[in-house]
Design a protein. Structure first.
Length: 218
């Protein structure tokens, strides 16, 4: 088995020690850091994400893969920085003000990191101003908002309005998700995308960062 295939396979299995060992071997064999990231770690996380989407694996398996990814990235980060390899994009993520639910948001964060994005997770009960100020400060191109309660959804609209007020709409894009959210609501408040689950959220973020335009989820 090719060493990068082994990295991907061990990550799919959530074997963090084996993933780290395989990454060390890949580095020793002269594989470029970006090659290890793209064709090993991200490939493995993409497979896990697809299996999760198809209900072939469940949250515990995703969490194990994410732990393995995190362990391997500790080895790769210095090499990626040295080689000047940028992340695919930076996203500010959080559950909106008044809402304390964050399981879905946490899963989206895991899958986004696995896809190669830098995630700034603000946690739950995040004020609209905090979303916007953090995105400005960190140079993030996307704000991701989650809600589980219909009563907290207006906070999503406030974030979009703040961006519009500061002439940042379009420069900083928005994606919403959570049980009460919908594509219709995203369009109503002027959000750029709606992710109906973790995998579709990643697909939307990929599209927003590569093509910069709103598209309906597949």
């Amino acid at each position: 088995m090719d060493i990068l295939e082994q990295v991907a396979r061990e990550l799919e299995l959530g074997e963090d020690e084996n993933v780290v060992e395989a990454v060390q071997r890949a580095i020793a064999q002269g594989a470029a850091a970006k090659e290890i990231l793209d064709n090993g770690l991200i490939k493995g996380m993409n497979t896990i994400g697809e299996k999760f989407k198809n209900h072939e694996v469940f949250l515990p398996e995703v969490l194990l893969a994410a732990r393995a990814m995190h362990a391997a990235m500790e080895l790769l980060k210095p090499l990626l920085i040295r080689d000047g390899i940028p992340s695919k994009g930076k996203i500010v993520l959080g559950t909106v003000q008044g809402d304390l639910h964050d399981i879905g948001k946490n899963l989206v964060g895991i899958l986004l990191k696995g896809a190669g994005f830098e995630v700034i997770d603000l946690g739950h009960d995040v004020a609209p101003e905090q979303f916007v100020e953090t995105a400005k400060k960190e140079g993030a191109s996307i704000i991701g908002m989650s809600a589980l309660l219909t009563t907290t959804m207006p906070s999503m609209k406030k974030v979009v309005e703040l961006l519009k007020k500061e002439n940042l709409q379009g420069k900083i894009k928005t994606i919403i998700g959570g049980a009460p959210a919908s594509q219709a609501y995203a369009e109503e408040i002027g959000a750029d995308a709606y992710g109906y689950d973790g995998s579709s959220a990643v697909e939307c973020v990929e599209r927003l960062t590569t093509r910069g335009s709103f598209e309906k989820p597949l």
